[in-house]
Design a protein around this ligand. Sequence first.
Ligand code: IMP
Length: 214
Amino acid sequence: MRRLEGKTLIVASHNEGKIREIRDLIGPLGFSVRSAADLAFEEPEETGTTFEENAAIKALASAKASGLPALSDDSGLVVDALDGAPGVYTANWAEREDGTRDFRMAMDKVEQALAERGATQRAERTGRFVSVLCLAWPDGHTEFFRGEAEGHLVWPPRGEKGFGYDPVFEPLGHAQTFGEMEAATKHGWKPGDAEALSHRARAFKLFAETCLAA
Ligand code: IMP
């Protein structure tokens, strides 16, 4: 496992919701963070078929473009009754023909697919958010950290906070959706904490414990 020595990190993302969460999670660790969006790096095409492959594509592109270590997040919603869909295609389900993203439309699609499968009871509406972080160095070395958060798909959507599919995901053991939670509650983690709640915070906990540990 390669340790991260410097305190400057590129966040290899153009997704504002993700960048905000990654800044929140990494801020307390004392990093100076620039995002691929701030630096106007081109967004690479995500041609992989796994979260790991897509995370590596994004992190390596930013590490090579900047000459600095870069951290990416490839994430998605995995719904059991839909055989794992939308999975790595979670962002694609929100894409409109004009190239913009509409998450209300994407949540409707998930709901429609669940209805077509007859998954109307809570027990049939299980799933998880997955986040795979990839830390890449300009020489091509990569490290991966995976976090998952189990929960239920609810309908109708609830809450205006967070981003993406947050309003339809109720994490296990909580009565609120991610969309109803303050960011700190959704993460459920800061450096030093034993537990984390969100998939991204769980992956971050592994990153902090392994790549940053003394
Ligand atoms: P990608 O990793 O850029 O391919 O896209 C992942 C997609 O999953 C995003 O467009 C989000 O809509 C969705 N997603 C990932 N993490 C979260 C989350 O924490 N809350 C809600 N949606 C998420």
